[in-house]
Design a protein around this ligand. Structure first.
Ligand SMILES: NC(=O)c1ccc[n+]([C@@H]2O[C@H](COP(=O)([O-])OP(=O)(O)OC[C@H]3O[C@@H](n4cnc5c(N)ncnc54)[C@H](OP(=O)(O)O)[C@@H]3O)[C@@H](O)[C@H]2O)c1
Length: 312
């Protein structure tokens, strides 16, 4: 894909305005279960296709690889070889170009559960920022509410300081249920801007979504396709809708999320699937199709239960 075509594709992705005023691209690339070497070509390919949002975490053990991918593709805000080459081609200032490109990219990372706490969060963040090779991250998240040892409010205090210092733009949480969100609010006086939760057609978590909407917390769906399990959900419902629009089952599910206003971070290591997963803006579901996917909700979680799990 040419640089121009990638820019056009990136421009089609809506921005979701968060409670803190920042704007997050509604589609990003997730990089869970990709090793540190493997993540480099995967992220480079996504950036070349027009992805402008990457969802990482300390716990994925690939922040250094993600950092190398951003540097090699000229997206880390520094004047790397890639940026110098592009600036020469365009006849523009390399420093300015580096900063403009960084401003167009959204990078999320998350704190490990074992590093929750005021001092340990500040220390972990320094390490993470260094691995990523960035001057700031766009979103820093508490990865799990750590039900066995609640330290989210102390962690939040450190995260607020990081935000005030300009090294984090947006603060978020993952896997917080309404009781966790309420506890965080009661102890800190703040709601997070984003809650990243498992959400897909067969696990819609409507009560959590309604609670988040009520408190102006944007919902971000992880495992938006149930790690692939929902692609043939509903006895072929998804596949039938896909055939009607001549798109793939993945595109149908991701389009359903887009129409719900949910932020999504599908993961794929394959460039062709990455392309599909971003190409969601040339068709729309009919109200009947949308309702048919709504009706697939069920008791099938693909991941872990936040009430009993910690990721360490
Ligand atoms: N905060 C948390 O606790 C948490 C937990 C889980 C996940 N996450 C985040 O959410 C991201 C996405 O979740 P996920 O990776 O669990 O699940 P997912 O995005 O729902 O599904 C990924 C799976 O679907 C396949 N796939 C991707 N696109 C496809 C397509 N167009 N057609 C057919 N198959 C396709 C992928 O295979 P290939 O890679 O082989 O293409 C992979 O096996 C993660 O990478 C991570 O960033 C966060």
């Amino acid at each position: 894909m040419t640089v121009f075509a990638a820019e056009q594709q990136a421009a089609k992705v809506p921005g979701i305005v968060l409670s803190d005023g920042n704007v997050i691209p509604q589609v990003g690339l997730g990089v869970l279960r990709i090793d540190d070497e493997g993540v480099v070509p995967v992220v480079k390919s996504a950036l070349e296709l027009g992805y402008r949002h990457i969802d990482g975490a300390a716990g994925y053990n690939n922040e250094a690889g993600l950092g190398r991918a951003l540097a090699q593709s000229g997206w880390n805000g520094k004047v790397t070889d890639a940026v110098s080459k592009l600036a020469d081609e365009r006849g523009v200032d390399a420093q300015q170009l580096a900063q403009q490109r960084r401003a167009k990219l959204w990078v999320t990372t998350k704190l490990k559960d074992s590093e929750q706490g005021y001092d340990s969060c500040l220390c972990a963040f320094e390490r993470q920022l260094g691995l990523l090779g960035l001057d700031y991250v766009d979103m820093y998240m508490i990865h799990w509410p750590t039900p066995f040892d609640w330290r989210s409010s102390e962690t939040w205090r450190a995260m607020r300081e990081l935000q005030e210092s300009g090294r984090v733009r947006t603060l978020g949480v993952c896997n917080f249920m309404p009781a966790d969100l309420e506890r965080l609010y009661n102890e800190t006086g703040q709601w997070p801007a984003v809650n990243q939760i498992e959400l897909h057609p067969t696990w819609q978590q409507r009560e959590v979504v309604a609670f988040c909407k009520q408190h102006n917390i944007a919902v971000e769906a992880y495992s938006p396709m149930a790690r692939g399990a929902d692609l043939n959900a509903g006895d072929g419902t998804i596949e039938r809708i896909a055939a009607a629009h001549q798109v793939s089952p993945a595109q149908v599910i991701l389009r359903w999320h887009i129409e719900n206003g949910t932020i999504i971070i599908p993961k794929s290591v394959h460039a062709e699937r990455q392309r599909q997963n971003l190409d969601l803006f040339n068709f729309a579901l009919t109200p009947e199709e949308h309702a048919a996917i709504d009706a697939l909700d069920g008791p099938t979680r693909a991941g872990h239960d936040p009430a009993t799990f910690t990721y360490a």
